[in-house]
Design a protein around this ligand. Structure first.
Ligand code: C2E
Ligand code: CA
Ligand code: CA
Length: 723
């Protein structure tokens, strides 16, 4: 290898630049001889000559040479001093003494001082060889020196990087462990002390797995076994909990690397990052994302995800049914508005605690929004099981809640739906359960209702209904139909009931049951009722003008319970009636028992005033609601209208007939007129007559018809009587 270096050095010199020599010689003949010897050897060279120390120093400073050929005896100085000067200079080049004679002593001195070689002037023919050898030696030495320097540099770098690495491990934020294939600690970084509280020295030779949380241990052992079989490059990432010195748990995120084949490690390096904080923050975030802050129940998102799973499960196994209970608190808005939002929040918290009592294992109870809660009931075999849960919910809600030292009664309306093949998305089930809930609400509070497909249609319809209904009022799309009320005895029309319909242009008539509940909810009913009242009074007045004494004696107009929240109700009614010109005594207002539920005294007051103004009052649908006979005594009534349901079942059960008879007797006692509703058959009239009823309305006589048809009816009726 060294000869290669020499070769390349020489060949470099050969090819590129001639050897540049500095001759230190004061005798021109000797210079001549040197040049001849070199030229004879075919050496390619250039040279400078220095005779004195000054010139020599100057030349060394100004030029760079490949070698110095120096005489020993020089004017004013000698070869040793010349060598000295060269050594002091930048140039590290061969220094060859070419001298006439050199005493033994001087020669030794010169060798010691470090001359490269020396040659007697009578042996000048050796000069090219000596020169070449010297140059080679120097080149080699330079190469070696360079190599050595590089080696030193590399060693230094390695030392530094090791140091860095060590201090990195020693001061690491992470824990670095080396464990044996049996799991024994071989090395533990000092960070173990800080993160886990153990003295790393004391843990040496202990078992790594013993520190891992029992729930995570098996998994980590398995991963470790896999790591054992993997090559060096594979890393396995895992999270697990580790017991700290003071018996807490720290969550670590670790990467293990199999370095068994690396003699400097001979084990498994495990780099553990402490993610306790991140883990719990993430856990908290996860928790927050799926829970309702106020009640701690599952939230809408959690419910929807559970529902998705339940749907998939149900599609896989048809017999795995689940049910959804959609629950909406009744009158929550009233409480929230009147007692304030803070109290409203407390109420929701208390309610959610009660609802949790109805919660079975595996079920989900979620707060869906505002005052809406949803139960997802799993493992349901038949809908009846869901109904039982709904009943239980009503039960637990019954006892009063204490809010700000006040007793508050709460109830809920519940819609129930059960899984089925037609459900593919959570929204579909929720929509149906919601529709059923809406129905339950309409039925009265504290009810539950099972979803039926027709509800979906009406729920969809209701979306547009409100807006359309407002427009309908403005565009006069409402029409009043009139149903005659007959006297059984004379078969004469004694009165008529005004019943509203909605006739959107180009569409068929919409019956009141389809829009009245919504109108009541939105308050539009107030306007509708007024419009009906006005139209009805106008109409009767007109018939009176036409038919005089043969016109109906009264017109019945339905009055929504909502109306009674208007303190000016009485004034408004009389104003409308008076404006039409109809005498007030011909107007009968139909109310239902539900008006008595709220503010009974106010209602009573209004009714009395109306009666005093000669307006008649009729209690409608009697027998369906509370049927509290005590109301009957206290309400200022003129007429009692027994509900259709009793008429339908006439003669079918004794109980039914008994009620009809009692009501009939009572009406007599209280001097109330009696009207039977829903008379469809002849036999019903005969039976009713026997039970003391004089008047009735129903399809047997006529369905409700428009004013024009009613006019014809009137005409016929008059003709019939006249006959
Ligand atoms: P309602 O006051 O009990 O009216 C009687 C209902 O029974 C009417 O239904 C009538 O068409 C129906 N009916 C009459 N005879 C028979 C019969 O023989 N058999 C059967 N099956 N049904 C019969 P309609 O017109 O659909 O009205 C339904 C309800 O809508 C009314 O019940 C009333 O509560 C409400 N309503 C109607 N018009 C108004 C109104 O202008 N204002 C208010 N607030 N409610 C109204
Ligand atoms: Ca009525
Ligand atoms: Ca009725």
């Amino acid at each position: 290898m060294s000869s290669d270096i020499v070769k390349s050095t020489l060949s470099n010199n050969d090819i590129k630049t001639p050897i540049h020599l500095l001759l230190l010689e004061d005798v021109p003949e000797d210079v001549e001889l040197i040049l001849i010897s070199l030229t004879n050897a075919d050496l390619d060279f250039t040279y400078d000559i220095a005779e004195t120390a000054t010139i020599y120093t100057e030349k060394l400073q100004q030029n760079s040479y490949d070698a110095v050929l120096a005489d020993y005896r020089l004017p004013g100085f000698n070869g040793l001093e010349a060598l000295n000067l060269l050594q002091q200079s930048e140039q590290k080049i061969p220094f060859i003494l070419v001298t006439g004679s050199l005493g033994e002593e001087a020669a030794v001195q010169c060798m010691k001082a470090g001359i490269t070689d020396y040659l007697l002037k009578d042996r000048l023919f050796h000069l090219p060889n000596i020169l070449q050898r010297s140059l080679e030696e120097f080149a080699l030495r330079r190469q070696q020196k360079q190599a050595l320097l590089e080696q030193q540099k590399a060693e230094k770098a390695l030392r530094e990087s090791e140091q860095r690495f060590r201090s990195l491990i020693e001061n690491a934020i992470d824990i670095i462990l080396i464990i044996s294939s049996e799991g024994q600690f071989i090395y533990l970084s000092p960070s173990v002390q800080r993160i886990l509280g153990y003295d790393p020295e004391q843990l040496k030779n202990e078992n790594f797995f013993a520190l891992i949380h029992p729930e995570d241990r098996k998994r980590i052992r398995e991963v470790f076994e896999i790591t054992k079989q993997k090559s060096q490059d594979s890393r396995l990432l895992q999270e697990f909990r580790v017991r700290t010195h003071d018996d807490n748990w720290v969550m670590l995120d670790a990467i293990a690397k199999n370095l068994q084949d690396d003699p400097s490690v001979a084990g498994f390096v495990i780099n553990c990052h402490d993610i306790t904080e991140r883990h719990y923050t993430a856990q908290q975030l996860r928790y927050d994302a799926y829970h309702d802050k106020l009640t701690g129940l599952a939230n809408r998102l959690a419910l929807i995800e559970e529902l998705e799973q339940a749907i998939i499960q149900n599609q896989r196994r048809k017999e795995d049914h689940f049910a959804l209970l959609f629950l909406d608190l009744d009158r929550f808005k009233v409480i929230n508005d009147s007692l304030g939002h803070l109290t409203g929040d407390q109420l929701l918290q208390q309610i959610s605690k009660r609802l949790q009592q109805c919660h079975r294992k595996g079920d989900i109870l979620a707060r869906f929004g505002g005052d809406e809660f949803v139960f997802l009931l799993r493992d349901i075999r038949e809908i009846q099981e869901a109904v039982i849960v709904a009943q239980r919910i009503h039960e637990v809600l019954k006892p009063p809640l204490m809010l700000n030292n006040r007793e508050v009664f709460m109830s809920a309306s519940i819609g129930i739906t059960i899984s089925g093949e037609h459900y593919h998305h959570p929204e579909q089930i929720l929509r149906d359960a919601d529709a059923a809930m809406y129905r339950a609400k309409a039925k009265g509070k504290a009810c539950h209702e099972i979803f039926a497909p027709t509800m979906h249609l009406s729920a969809l319809k209701e979306l547009h209904l409100e807006n359309d209904l407002r427009q309908a009022l403005k565009r006069q799309e409402l029409v009043v139909y009139y149903q005659p009320i007959f006297c059984f005895e004379s078969e004469k029309i004694v009165g008529t009931e005004a019943l509203v319909r909605w006739h959107p242009p180009g569409k068929s008539l919409i019956p009141p049951n389809d829009f009245i509940p919504l109108a009541e909810e939105t308050g539009l009913i107030i306007e509708i009722d007024r419009w009906v009242l006005k139209s009805a009074c106008q109409q009767l007045y007109q018939w009176q003008q036409t038919f005089k004494g043969l016109a109906p004696h009264f017109i019945s107009v339905n009055l929504s319970p909502k109306q009674f929240s208007d303190p000016y109700l009485k004034d408004k009614i009389t104003e409308i009636v008076d404006e039409t010109g109809l005498n007030r005594q011909h107007l009968k207002l139909e109310i239902t028992e539900t008006v008595c539920l709220k503010n009974f005294h106010t209602v009573l007051d209004i009714l009395y005033q109306l009666q005093q103004l000669n307006i008649q009052i009729c209690l409608d649908d009697f027998g369906t609601g509370y049927s509290s006979l005590s109301y009957l005594h206290r309400l200022p009534l003129n007429t009692l209208k027994i509900d259709r349901s009793f008429v339908i079942h006439l003669g079918q059960t004794n109980k039914n007939d008994a009620i009809i008879r009692i009501v009939g007797g009572l009406a007599h006692e209280l001097q109330l007129q009696l009207i039977a509703e829903g008379v469809e058959e002849r036999y019903q009239i005969d039976a009713l007559k026997k039970l003391g009823y004089q008047w009735g309305q129903g399809y047997y006589f006529s369905p409700p018809v428009d004013a024009q048809a009613f006019t014809i009816l009137l005409q016929k009726n008059i003709d019939h009587i006249v006959e």
